[in-house]
Design a protein around this ligand. Structure first.
Ligand code: FUL
Length: 471
């Protein structure tokens, strides 16, 4: 019998018999982390008094009177975000300056005392519901408005704020804990001398507990998680090697090794995937002087491949202007970005391919298009940690990208892989890389090819791939 027939027979047999699942490998994602991975991209909104003072870090002594957007419309934000194909919005409910964008009972330094006079957290969360978006909040631990910042009274205040935010506005998908604080040598606000030890001051586990209790589905972001980690830069890229696991005990908000944040750690103890935060403009807040420095669709696509394409989620900041609207350039580029992603991944050639694997544990025959078909995944036998998967085409196709996704519910396994194309009867290596994780996108100069081969060259345990896409 020919080899291909042999494999088909094997596949059929496997489809008919119940095959055991591979054993989990290393730390595993929680259900909330699995859901979060699937979001892939969402928008950050930075908006506070800084928008009106032209600052990036307000001092905390700004008058509430300066917060006066003349045409503020969170529905415009949500409309643009959803049209661009992004899945949610994370709003800076309070940035380092301490001004609160919601109707809080714990400080007068809030939006209800501004000329705007409306609860913006409520408006944004409502707009998200209307447009089918997830909603999240950023609550700066550092607060330059509070004279008690640095004492235990402030921790109590901070936790009360977090309680308000996590109980009043419906479901929250992510809470963002920024690591920046006055201890980094940037002074201002109510007390210019205080220095904070990030590691000892906040007692994070007790604070995180509030989120767990009130929003069990929410992931929490910081340099050290507990659910997703900072990627170690704000330029928009994850490491080419990017493990979703980390030795968590070595990290805390505002504390951790930059290289490890960017690459993860192969011997990580916990599932702690990377989130890539970057702004569409040079700054996080709107400044008119940056109107001609909005990232182009081309730049945003490069970020896409270096974040989502390298096993990270992307949180792209799009700051409203002084009117409280997303500026036309930002809007056009964000929507253009969404369209470019759609166009580049419009046709998955894997669906037309005939797949053969060098080893099969047992799966649906349609595993290659499993994401599309919504079933099965390809796994190898327990002792098989190297394997090849070949996609052959009846007629030559033009290919410039391969998408790989591991079955991460059972852990991150692959340590090294390569992609080859069969061109004029010869196999040519297009790329060789390390990790895959939730999603890895390999792009290369377009080739016209009869077949694409994925070689898994090293893996911590048997291979389990959810999806192979060819574009
Ligand atoms: C940083 C902050 O200091 C910036 O202002 C911004 O909020 C960014 C997302 O995180 O650490």
């Amino acid at each position: 019998m020919k080899k291909s027939l042999c494999i088909i027979a094997l596949l059929l047999a496997a489809a008919c018999t119940k095959v055991s699942e591979p054993a989990p490998c290393g730390p595993l994602p929680s259900e909330r982390q699995l859901q979060w991975h699937q979001l892939e991209r969402y928008v950050f909104i930075h908006f506070t008094t800084n928008t009106f003072t032209d600052l990036e870090w307000g001092y905390g002594d700004e008058s509430e009177q300066i917060f006066n957007p003349t045409a503020c419309d969170p529905r415009q934000w949500a409309d643009i975000v959803s049209r661009a194909g992004f899945k949610g919005i994370v709003l800076t409910a309070k940035h380092h300056d301490g001004f609160c964008l919601w109707d809080t009972q714990y400080t007068d330094h809030n939006i209800m005392n501004s000329p705007y006079g409306r609860d913006l957290v409520k408006q944004v969360s409502d707009a998200c519901k209307e447009y089918g978006l997830k909603f999240g909040v950023y609550l700066s631990p550092w607060d330059r408005n509070r004279a008690d910042y640095g004492t235990s009274a402030y921790i109590d205040y901070y936790r009360k704020q977090l309680t308000e935010l996590t109980t009043r506005y419906g479901d929250i998908f992510e809470v963002w804990f920024d690591g920046a604080n006055g201890g980094t040598g940037w002074y201002g606000g109510a007390d210019e001398r205080r220095t904070i030890d990030n590691l000892t001051y906040y007692d994070w586990p007790a604070t995180w507990e509030i989120v767990r209790r009130n929003q069990p589905g929410a992931v929490m972001f910081s340099d050290g998680g507990p659910d997703c980690r900072w990627v170690g830069n704000e330029a928009g890229f994850a490491g080419e090697t990017n493990w979703s696991i980390l030795r968590k005990a070595e990290f805390a908000p505002g504390h951790g090794d930059g290289y490890a944040l960017n690459h993860g750690q192969e011997d990580g103890t916990d599932w702690l995937p990377a989130e890539v935060d970057v702004s569409i403009r040079p700054g996080w807040f709107y400044h008119e002087r940056e109107d001609d420095r909005v990232k182009s669709v081309e730049q945003l696509m490069d970020i896409y491949y270096k974040s989502i394409g390298r096993n990270g989620n992307l949180i792209l900041n799009v700051p409203p202007d002084r009117r409280g609207l997303i500026h036309p350039t930002d809007s056009a580029n964000l929507i253009g970005f969404g369209k470019a992603i759609e166009a580049e991944f419009a046709e998955n050639l894997a669906q037309k391919a005939d797949f053969k694997a060098s080893d099969v544990r047992g799966h649906s025959r349609r595993f290659a298009a499993s994401r599309v078909a919504g079933e099965g995944y390809w796994a190898t036998d327990d002792d098989v940690t190297t394997a090849t998967l070949t996609a052959s085409f009846r007629k030559p196709v033009r290919v410039s990208k391969v998408v790989l996704q591991e079955h991460i519910a059972l852990g991150q396994r692959v340590q090294r892989f390569s992609i080859e194309a069969k061109i004029d009867g010869q196999w040519k290596t297009l790329d060789e890389q390390t990790t895959i994780g939730y999603k890895r996108i390999i792009r290369f100069d377009p080739v016209t090819t009869d077949a694409i081969r994925v070689n898994i060259l090293a893996s911590k345990a048997c291979i389990a791939l959810d999806n192979v896409g060819i574009y």
